[in-house]
Design a protein around this ligand. Structure first.
Ligand code: GLA
Length: 736
């Protein structure tokens, strides 16, 4: 963080180095100004000792830190009426009458809370990351909240969370306990939110926020994002575009129930209150115990959505996603090729096909386990993680060997949090199952959820993974599925049912932490019947996610497009399948915009199809560094154009790849205009060459032609997409 020294007036700046910790603030007579600054942005907080603390600014940062003191004059308002003065983390039951961030019932039954500023400190973790903490206390009750702001300077990302603690005589009930509370001022606010369902994830909707509260939430327990994820964007003053406008991206780093309240208040401020959903979850906090909320992450861009998403993607690769800057395995999955119907001979063929195709790994999907109630469809066997003796008499280990013999790796599907009522697991441990003791069971995909709040269940779930690796040390990949939501939420283990949803998630994270302690780097795919659970708390443990079971390439363009605003390409598992009417080339070109995989019957491919796939995989391998680690630019949206285009360019701006897809078949749709590329160096020369040509077809582009970056970005390049060339991929290489 850079500081400007000043001696001016009543302002002084002090930086004290205390045992490696640096405290930074600007203090005037009346108040302390605490800026949370990143490379381009600032969240500015004003605090008075033992008094109120409020957010006075959020947006593009000022060049001079000392001018933040002038902000309050710029925004005049009558905060005393509603307690907006405590906008940094609004308590309830005292002066605030708007939506609170925190509500408590004290040990004596009193429902009021006030939170006054006590102190703050800033720790520099390294040259990019700092953590600011602000201590707030109730002047009457022995109750405190510490707010944390972890800022990533270069990426312009802030993670914010809270720690809640008290020293009262008895337990305190936390009725609401948000992670963060932001307060923004603009003329108008435009929300871009998402909704969906199975095979229909990430459907965007944009609307102007009106006065009152708009809530984004989930009460599904597991698979919490099925109908609505916690990711959203807020444009200020007018809807931001890819290239222009002020836009905030927000997301809760949590895999369970979440709640995000967006309140446009009577003074036209936008108040964002994000955290765990308090639905059915008042939390009993013992004296001395600390309740830590999950982090709410946000980034802000004054240069539109594209810039915001590149910030977020690079943050994810650098700090969150497991092995975000590393390598990934291309694979062949057997789900759509066989469903539950396979045996050793069939799998041996598929393993040979994996080699033939030229991908790194064979992924065995659902159906390999359970004996008393064999897993031959989705109605039985879930929970009994022993190899099915009929299908696999020689077990997984023989398949792993078979794979090794063919020079490919082997991965396996599990769904360890779940149980079919028709299973030995259910028979032996009915008390491990989430269900209401006195009510009829209600199923989602014929299954129930295991009670991960119970440490024995955590051991069991951990054991599934650990056993697989212990018995098969060469196992190279896990697909972790989660196909049911939680109905009839009740734990036979917990005394306090109100803690169930929270303890479930703690249990899940405990298990994932244990797995990662012992197996730190094995790639794992986060799947939830498609993209029912994609979030940055889970992605710390996973290398990739499954965006949707919908692999129709046309739909996938839209689904992958929307995910790409929040998640980097390296994390998006895109498989070529037989869904949709498009030719193999189109399906492959679409899957290549993320982490490429296949789920097709290789033996049924024609010679040309196979040749095409092999060549495409070879091209992908030569370009994967650009796709996985480069900057992504969305050039032409599928929602607004006949041809959707997006590109990746490496950090050195020497190499790029551009994907173009026809998304409309009306009136001779195709690329009428050149598409303007982005992220290149205007002064360098680039050579263009079309790749992924189907055998026997020829490129209609002027391959090999040199263009300046200036030309490609200002005039553009026409990929000549039309119904005969429905998808076109070309690479760009700097001419050295
Ligand atoms: C879920 C997954 C699929 C597949 C099936 C197996 O639906 O999303 O990819 O693994 O389960 O039952």
């Amino acid at each position: 963080m850079k500081l400007n020294k000043t001696t001016a007036g009543n302002i002084f700046l002090f930086a004290a180095f205390l045992m490696g910790q640096v405290i930074i603030s600007v203090t005037s007579f009346a108040q302390t100004i605490i800026p949370v600054q990143t490379q381009h942005n600032a969240l500015v907080i004003a605090a008075e000792k033992d008094k109120d603390i409020r957010i006075i600014f959020f947006g593009k940062k000022l060049a001079d830190i000392n001018e933040y003191k002038l902000l309050q004059g710029a925004y005049k308002q009558t905060e005393e009426y509603t307690g907006l003065a405590s906008s940094v983390y609004t308590p309830s039951g005292s002066r605030n009458l708007l939506e609170p961030a925190i509500t408590v019932t004290h040990a004596d039954g009193n429902n009021s809370l006030d939170l006054r500023y006590v102190s703050h400190r800033q720790i520099k973790v390294d040259d990019n990351v700092s953590i600011l903490s602000i201590l707030l206390k109730d002047p009457v009750y022995d109750f405190q909240v510490t707010l944390f702001y972890k800022s990533y300077f270069r990426e312009d990302v802030v993670e914010q969370w809270s720690e809640i603690k008290h020293g009262e005589k008895d337990k305190v009930i936390l009725q609401k306990y948000a992670s963060a509370n932001l307060h923004i001022k603009a003329k108008s606010y435009w929300l871009n939110q998402y909704h969906g369902d199975w095979a229909k994830e990430m459907q965007p909707e944009e609307s102007r926020l009106t006065h009152g509260i708009k809530t984004l939430d989930s009460k599904l327990g597991t698979r919490a994002n099925l109908f609505q994820p916690s990711v959203f964007m807020i444009s200020l003053d007018k809807p931001a575009t890819e290239e222009e406008g002020n836009v905030l991206y927000g997301a809760l780093e949590y895999s369970g129930n979440f709640k995000i309240d967006l309140e446009v208040d009577y003074q036209d401020n936008l108040r964002i209150i994000a955290g765990i959903n308090n639905y059915a979850s008042p939390y009993t906090l013992k004296p001395g115990e600390t309740f830590t909320t999950p982090a709410f992450l946000y980034t802000f861009s004054d240069k539109g959505k594209g810039n915001a998403s590149r910030q977020l993607q690079s943050w994810a690769r650098n700090y969150k996603l497991l092995n975000g800057n590393g390598d990934r395995l291309t694979l062949l999955n057997n789900w759509e090729a066989t469903y539950f119907d396979f045996n050793e001979t069939k799998l041996a063929e598929l393993i040979k096909d994996t080699k033939k195709l030229g991908v790194d790994l064979f992924l065995l999907d659902d159906g390999w386990f359970a004996n008393k109630y064999p897993r031959n469809d989705d109605r039985a066997g879930l929970g009994d993680w022993q190899e099915n003796r009929k299908k696999l008499p020689d077990g997984i280990s023989s398949l792993v060997k078979e794979a090794q013999g063919n020079g490919v790796k082997f991965g396996i599907w599990i769904e360890p949090e779940m149980v079919n009522p028709k299973s030995e697991l259910y028979e032996n441990h009915p008390d491990w199952v989430v269900k209401q003791p006195a009510r009829e069971e209600h199923y989602f995909r014929n299954q129930l959820v295991l009670d991960l709040s119970n440490p024995k269940v955590q051991d069991f779930v951990y054991g599934i993974v650990d056993n697989l690796f212990t018995k098969n040390p060469e196992l190279s990949y896990i697909k972790w599925d989660c196909n049911a939501v939680i109905y009839n939420a009740h734990s036979a283990y917990l005394k306090n049912q109100s803690h169930f949803y929270i303890e479930y998630m703690r249990g899940l994270y405990n298990v994932l932490k244990r797995i990662r302690t012992k197996y730190p780097s094995v790639p794992m795919m986060l799947c939830s019947g498609g993209g029912g659970r994609v979030d940055y708390a889970a992605l710390q443990y996973f290398t990739e996610f499954w965006p949707s079971d919908n692999t129709d390439p046309l739909e996938r363009i839209f689904i992958q497009w929307e995910y790409s605003y929040f998640y980097p390409a390296i994390s998006s598992s895109n498989h070529v399948t037989d869904w949709g009417k498009q030719p193999l080339k189109f399906r492959t070109d679409v899957a290549m915009m993320g982490k490429l995989g296949f789920d097709i019957v290789v033996s049924k491919l024609s010679a040309n199809d196979l040749r095409f796939c092999r060549e495409a995989i070879a091209s992908y391998k030569s370009l994967k560094d650009v796709i996985w680690h480069g900057d992504q630019y969305r050039l032409a949206s599928p929602w607004e154009n006949d041809v959707a285009s997006l590109m990746y360019v490496n950090a050195e701006r020497r190499r790029g790849v551009v994907f173009n897809y026809l998304v409309s078949n009306r009136y001779g749709a195709g690329s009428k205009l050149p598409v303007k590329l982005k992220g290149l160096d205007p002064l360098r020369k680039y050579r263009i060459s079309e790749i992924n040509l189907y055998p026997g077809t020829y490129s209609s582009l002027e391959n090999g032609q040199l263009y300046s970056g200036d030309f490609l970005m200002n005039v553009g390049f026409n990929p000549q997409v039309n119904s005969g060339r429905a998808s076109v991929v070309f690479q760009i290489d700097e001419e050295l």
